[in-house]
Design a protein around this ligand. Structure first.
Ligand code: FES
Length: 117
């Protein structure tokens, strides 16, 4: 039986490597830094960013939820490209990230495929 003095650890919350180098990026023109190799969503959460976006219909605030590419609550604009899933993208030096407010504009190509702007 475990006692209060025994050391318990949970692998879920352990770093799997030594602390890494930092990268610097911007969120809404403010510089932030994050450990190299983490997802953009993790980097934003580490820096206290919330919300990541607002919804198109009611402008309700949203931030990362599932952290595995399922919920789409983490959409942000990266280097001018809207609707990027922050939890699926690794941070990189110089990344320019913006909060996505409402729906992104669509640009139709000759083939009829929409591309957000
Ligand atoms: S946090 Fe759910 S898709 Fe990114």
């Amino acid at each position: 039986m475990a006692t209060k003095t025994e050391s318990h650890s949970c692998a879920l919350f352990k770093l799997d490597r030594a602390p890494s180098n930092k990268v610097t990026l911007t969120f809404d023109d403010e510089p932030i830094s994050a450990p190299e190799g983490v997802s953009l969503a993790a980097a934003l959460l580490l820096n206290g960013v919330s919300p990541f976006r607002t919804t198109p219909v009611t402008s309700a605030p949203r931030a990362a939820y599932c952290m595995m590419g399922v919920c789409f609550e983490c959409l942000v604009e990266i280097d001018g490209k809207p609707s990027c899933q922050a939890c699926q993208i690794t941070v990189r030096e110089g990344m320019n990230v913006r909060r996505q407010l409402g729906a992104s504009a669509l640009e139709l190509t000759a083939e009829g495929e929409g591309h957000g702007q």
